[in-house]
Design a protein around this ligand. Structure first.
Ligand code: BES
Ligand code: ZN
Length: 619
């Protein structure tokens, strides 16, 4: 095309965009995943007043926002599938008047919609009454019949990354922080809990009051309501779970208080007061979610032998990396997850020693190498700093942020020496506490505070961040425990006999390492040879069951094992487990069966999980 044409086209595009955005040429939004404009008006405090209606499966209520107006004529709040009913604006003297609001005709397919509320210079509060949609992506509603005890229904949220906007109209970007209070009404007999100061007992009224006086970003807004009892673990720690699961959970998480102490010894004071965890129904889509003061957990972490508690260390570590120092946008997601995965492994090392921690790190490193191979067709997504403009922030969710991020910090630890590196990290958390930080902010702080860094190190760090793939660095993890597993596997593949005396001593991780490297083309003898052992070992251990079932599907042995697959998909709702299984079935010629299984099992899945599976099975 000729230059003049380009020129014309640019002007036309500009005019078109200007018209769309209210006649004004706008500077780009600072966060590509939020419609809000925190550069001109910021929300500083929320009072949420809501009723959870379990019959209609709706939250109804008001969000009352304190704002700081930096010279804007309107407040834009992200809103996904919300029914906005009325808005009011209030000035500093408390004069309240009914406001107007505008919403775009069509929502964005990824970001949802927004509501724009005209405000005045002296507006101090904006009050929005609204209700949520039945299909709100953050919310899973369960009828009583679907819960463990069957006595009460249950509701819980999952706001990260951009779904807080599906249950609260808010400036939904990780760089915007606000404190909050809330009044939540649930049916009598149930308890409600939030990412805030929490009750430990139920009350008869079903009305609960909450307070989070530290500023948090919207993705850390969380609510769970249902049949949960509390059990104390340590001075500052405890667990909420279904009454029938509470003792098992308390046993599994016995080291929680020690973990908090270990974390503090590493990188400074735990800033949030109490640290409790809640075990949610199986539909909880993740392993864990670091909601401040109250980590949300999958029930699959309860293996009975405390072998999966690195997940606790992970979510606890987020109290520093993520909740205290928060990624500025989801393009800097590795700052949250890479730092946390590194920190997690330091906590594990403090509690259980280097060999155990290194074994876990080694598994993660293996995952990373595999992920890099799998993602070789989309190398841009293997950079730490991502360009996610126009993309779903979900595309940042891979081992890259977690494991490549962790490896970079491990590299720095090995190059700088542990004591210098640990000092740097403590300073980093203190310096950026209760703020967000970008990748560039990290680099700058690194140069100024860990320095002087040799050029070779600075260059390498930049390469890891801005270039795809893995850097030539082999971490010095001890492989003591896995070497033995490798030997036993070779033996097994040669003799077709498993040394059950040895495997009897294995933890979950040794099993995972053993199973992951089994050749799929020898499934004809491997499956019968291991079936019994795995059956007894996998019961109650979703990690092992998952790897085993994936092996069955990937070696084209679905037929003959239908019931194993079916019962897993109907009882486990964690997305990390079920999504890859549906995906593998589809790629191994079993799409029709996958669709049938999904139709049956979807009732136990969270809307986010359903959304992801639908995408995979529609391809
Ligand atoms: N914050 C994440 C979960 C998350 C990330 C939810 C992005 C939504 C969007 C949480 O801390 C996490 O990483 N969970 C992991 C467990 C961890 C041990 C790797 C999970 O759920 O598998
Ligand atoms: Zn995490």
């Amino acid at each position: 095309m000729q230059t003049t044409h380009w020129y014309l086209l640019t002007i036309l595009t500009f005019l078109f965009i200007s018209c769309q955005t209210n006649q004004k040429a706008e500077i780009p939004r600072p966060d590509p995943h939020s419609f809000s404009r925190p550069d001109s008006v910021v929300t500083t405090h929320l009072h949420l007043d809501i009723v959870c209606d379990f019959d209609a499966k709706k939250i109804q209520g008001t969000a009352q926002w304190d704002i700081q107006n930096l010279g804007s004529e309107s407040l834009v709040l992200d809103a996904m599938d919300l029914d906005i009913q009325e808005v009011y604006i209030e000035d500093a003297q408390g004069n309240r008047e009914k406001g107007t609001f505008f919403q775009p005709e069509k929502p964005d397919s990824v970001l949802g919609s927004y509501v724009r509320i005209p405000i005045r210079n002296d507006t101090r509060k904006v009050i929005v009454s609204y209700s949520t949609a039945a299909e709100a992506l953050a919310l899973q509603w369960l009828d009583a019949g679907m819960t463990q005890s069957g006595r009460y229904p249950c509701l819980f949220t999952q706001s990260q990354s951009i779904y807080a906007r599906s249950w609260i109209p808010c400036q939904d970007g990780p760089a915007i922080r606000f404190s909050y209070t809330a009044r939540v009404q649930v049916p009598s007999g149930m308890i409600a809990l939030m990412s805030a100061d929490n009750p430990q007992m139920r009350n008869d009224s079903g009305i609960y009051h909450f307070k989070m006086d530290k500023p948090v970003p919207a993705y850390l807004m969380a609510l769970a309501a249902g049949d949960f009892d509390f059990k104390s673990i340590g001075d500052r720690t405890g667990v909420y779970a279904d009454p029938g699961l509470l003792d098992k959970a308390a046993y599994e998480f016995a080291d929680l208080e020690k973990m908090v102490l270990a974390a503090e010894a590493l990188y400074g004071k735990y800033e949030w007061g109490r640290y409790d965890v809640i075990v949610l129904p199986t539909g909880f889509p993740f392993g864990g979610m670091e909601n401040p003061k109250l980590t949300f957990l999958t029930p699959t972490v309860i293996a009975g032998d405390r072998s999966l508690t690195s997940l606790l260390a992970h979510e606890l570590a987020h109290s520093w990396s993520g909740n205290l120092v928060t990624n500025t946008t989801w393009q800097d997601f590795w700052l949250n997850e890479g730092f946390t995965t590194y920190f997690e492994s330091r906590i594990m090392e403090s509690l259980y020693g280097k060999d155990y921690a290194d074994m876990l790190s080694h598994l993660g490193w293996q995952d990373l190498k595999k992920t890099l191979e799998d993602m070789s067709s989309d190398p841009d997504l293997t950079k730490l700093k991502l360009d996610l403009r126009g993309k779903d922030p979900e595309s940042a969710l891979s081992d890259i942020a977690y494991e490549k991020g962790k490896l970079l910090l491990r590299f720095l630890e090995e190059r700088l020496g542990r004591s210098r590196w640990d000092q740097f990290l403590s300073d980093y958390f203190r310096h950026f506490a209760f703020q967000s930080n970008s990748t560039e902010g990290f680099l700058d702080f690194l140069e100024k505070n860990a320095g002087p860094l040799p050029v070779t190190i600075s260059d390498t760090v930049r390469k890891w961040i801005y270039e795809p793939g893995l850097i030539d660095f082999i971490p010095s993890y001890s492989t003591l425990l896995f070497d033995q597993v490798d030997l036993l596997r070779s033996d097994f593949l040669r003799s077709h006999k498993l040394d059950t005396h040895q495997t009897g001593k294995w933890s979950t991780h040794e099993w995972l390492h053993f199973l992951r490297a089994l050749p799929t083309d020898q499934a004809d003898w491997i499956l019968p040879a291991l079936d019994q052992t795995i059956r007894s070992r996998q019961s109650g251990n979703a990690e092992i069951a998952f790897v085993w079932i994936r092996y069955i599907i990937n070696s084209d042995r679905y037929q003959g094992h239908e019931e194993t697959v079916r019962s897993f998909l109907n009882s486990i709702g964690r997305r990390k487990f079920v999504l890859p299984l549906y995906e593998s079935m589809a790629t191994h010629g079993r799409k029709a069966e996958a669709l049938t299984l999904f139709a049956e099992a979807r009732k136990i899945y969270h809307p986010l999980t359903i959304h992801s599976i639908e995408k995979v099975l529609a391809e």
